[in-house]
Design a protein around this ligand. Structure first.
Ligand code: GUN
Length: 286
């Protein structure tokens, strides 16, 4: 069994991005800028946003967080997004999800300029991903693909089972695997017999936030296991969706959680923001 070390790869990617930021600053005086919208007091969201901001600081990006109360109106968030769309020093816009119930999330995501949509959640970018055209790809599944690439795990023709069908993880993960010529099955909360699907998988990619959902009996010998889930145990320990202790003994490659996919998500946010900044710099110079 070999560990897929997302922490290490994300550090390597950050070094590359830092060098590119320096070059960009020298060539056009541009500093990549990321604006984050954080609504309410969800502790997990606050932690993620703080980690994203720290990562921006490490690579030399400009970043700003719009910290809004849970009672904020739809219109107030919309005004903020419109002003960020028009602000030349902002290359990327990220709306941390989930948002409070009274907020129409779809409407907000559609309001983000697709050229600044570093989360890849705008339907324009979702369409480009599904049709295998260049665009912004959601950070978590993109990070998984980078990790597979780094360890030379080719999914072409392989039986890949994605567990979870969210717009943020499962659906874009399935699209990326399909674009890489894998055979893809997507399982979800209504799937009848999950084990029936996972036990034949060459690669299992699971991100639903259920502790120990994937157990050793559900996994075939030498499968590749990608654990995208993060949950906190009652004792306060962070764990994934996979029974790591038992499943790791059976797998060929496995991500730890934490330390696998999580750091890659942040690295891909930086990479998408740099991509947006380069695109915007080109536009300004033309
Ligand atoms: N909430 C959980 N994951 C994500 C993510 O990747 N991006 C945003 N914006 N919100 C999230």
């Amino acid at each position: 069994m070999q560990l897929l070390d997302g922490r290490n790869l994300s550090k390597k990617i950050e070094v590359e991005i830092t060098q590119e930021v320096k070059k960009l600053k020298e060539s056009c005086g541009c500093t990549p800028g990321l604006a984050v919208v954080l609504v309410g007091q969800d502790p997990a969201s606050a932690t993620y946003v703080s980690m994203k901001k720290k990562a921006c600081d490490r690579v030399g990006f400009y970043s700003i967080t719009h910290d809004m109360p849970a009672t904020i109106s739809q219109e107030a968030i919309e005004r903020t997004i419109i002003s960020m769309n028009e602000n030349d020093s902002i290359d990327g816009i990220l709306i941390q999800l989930p948002l409070p119930e009274q907020i129409d999330t779809t409407k907000l995501l559609e309001l983000v300029d697709p050229a600044k949509d570093v989360d890849g959640f705008h339907p324009y970018n979702v369409g480009r991903l599904v049709t295998n055209l260049d665009g912004f790809v959601p950070c978590t599944p993109l990070g998984v693909m980078k990790l597979l690439e780094e360890y030379k795990i080719d999914v072409k023709g392989k039986n890949c089972v994605v567990v979870g069908a969210s717009n943020i993880v499962g659906k874009p993960m399935a699209a990326l695997l399909l674009n890489a010529d894998a055979t893809v099955e997507v399982c979800h909360i209504f799937t009848d017999d999950l084990k029936k699907h996972t036990q034949n998988a060459d690669v299992i990619l699971v991100g639903v936030g259920v502790i120990n959902l994937i157990t050793e009996d559900m996994v075939k010998e030498d499968a590749v296991i990608i654990d995208i889930g993060v949950s906190r145990t009652p004792e306060g320990k962070l764990v994934g969706d996979v029974d790591f202790e038992a499943v790791s003994k059976k797998s060929s490659y496995i991500t730890p959680s934490p330390g696998g996919v999580g750091p890659m998500t942040i690295a891909m946010l930086l990479s998408n923001t740099l991509k947006a900044a380069k695109m915007n710099a080109k536009k300004k110079n033309s």
